[in-house]
Write a protein that binds this ligand. Structure first.
Ligand SMILES: Cc1cc2nc3c(=O)[nH]c(=O)nc-3n(C[C@H](O)[C@H](O)[C@H](O)COP(=O)(O)O)c2cc1C
Length: 262
């Protein structure tokens, strides 16, 4: 009897049954938790958008706050709004040669970009644009950094910046998540008087009397390579090959109507 229980066949049978039971538990949990995972991911992204836009308060009803934010799609070449299905995913579109183009020159090291980008618009109580929120991404030292750059309705003044995904070193490049460094960006002007991209992350701190300091952001001490990556990606995305045509339309609309609506 004891010998039968300890036979190789029996051991394999028991191992198989245990594996099967575990597989059923794991796959059931995975399927059952999938909606909750997707929900959490969506909420995490929404919190990041609100944070970048400086509209987030801890404990707030994120879903309700986000219901006030419009997701729009922008033709990268013309800067005009276009229609897309609600499930349009610019990251997936950037991988498809039919819906994207190679980037050259490629200062942000992203290789391809989608022909249609998404933007988020937050409104004030009177229905005027309060923030223009642009998804941005580009390579740092170790990783592609994904984040949001939020602008005031003039489409020139930075309201905030934040990254929701990156693999930079905590304490070094990871300081891009430090609210103190991010607050450096607030109030900075993207464009000079000629409409050229002028925002720049320096190596070191911006001095009190530095000319053009309204366009200059403090670097990250000990993490200049990541800071350079942020500089490159921001300048790329607000430039001609990125949201430049869209931002130009928004700046013009703000000058004409004062509310940034196009
Ligand atoms: C283990 C390790 C991790 C590092 N991680 C980063 C990083 O995430 N971002 C970064 O810019 N520099 C990082 N560095 C430092 C860079 O190699 C480089 O020295 C630094 O970016 C130069 O910045 P500094 O001129 O401000 O000192 C790391 C260095 C080491 C040894």
């Amino acid at each position: 009897m004891a010998a039968g229980r300890e036979s190789i066949g029996n051991t394999l049978r028991v191992a198989f049954v245990v594996c099967l039971a575990c597989a059923v538990v794991v796959s059931t949990a995975s399927v059952a938790l999938r909606p909750a995972q997707l929900d959490n991911r969506t909420q995490y992204r929404q919190i990041n958008i609100l944070q970048a836009a400086d509209l987030y308060q801890p404990g707030m009803d994120v879903r309700a706050a986000f219901a006030q934010i419009d997701r729009r799609f922008v033709d990268i070449d013309t800067g005009e709004y276009v229609e897309q299905p609600a499930d349009y995913d610019p990251v997936r579109a950037a991988r498809n040669p039919e819906t994207s183009r190679p980037v050259a020159p490629d200062p942000a090291s992203i290789r391809r970009q989608a022909d249609v980008a998404e933007v988020y618009l937050a409104y004030d109580d009177d229905g005027n644009v309060r923030r223009i929120i642009l998804p941005v991404h580009g390579y740092g030292l170790w990783s592609t950094m994904y984040g949001f750059l939020a602008l005031e309705p003039d489409a020139n003044t930075v309201a905030g910046i934040g990254f929701f995904e990156h693999g930079e070193t905590p304490g070094l490049g990871g300081e891009i998540d430090n609210p103190r460094w991010q607050s450096n960006w607030q109030g900075k002007q993207l464009f000079d008087d000629d409409g050229e991209v002028a925002i720049r992350v320096l190596k070191g701190a911006v001095g009190e009397g530095t000319p053009g300091r309204e366009h200059l952001v403090d670097g990250l001490s000990g993490a200049t390579l990541t800071a350079n990556g942020v500089n490159n990606l921001v300048r790329f995305w607000v430039g001609e090959a990125g949201f430049g045509p869209y931002l130009q339309r928004m700046r013009q609309a703000y000058q004409d109507n004062g509310d940034g609506a196009i």
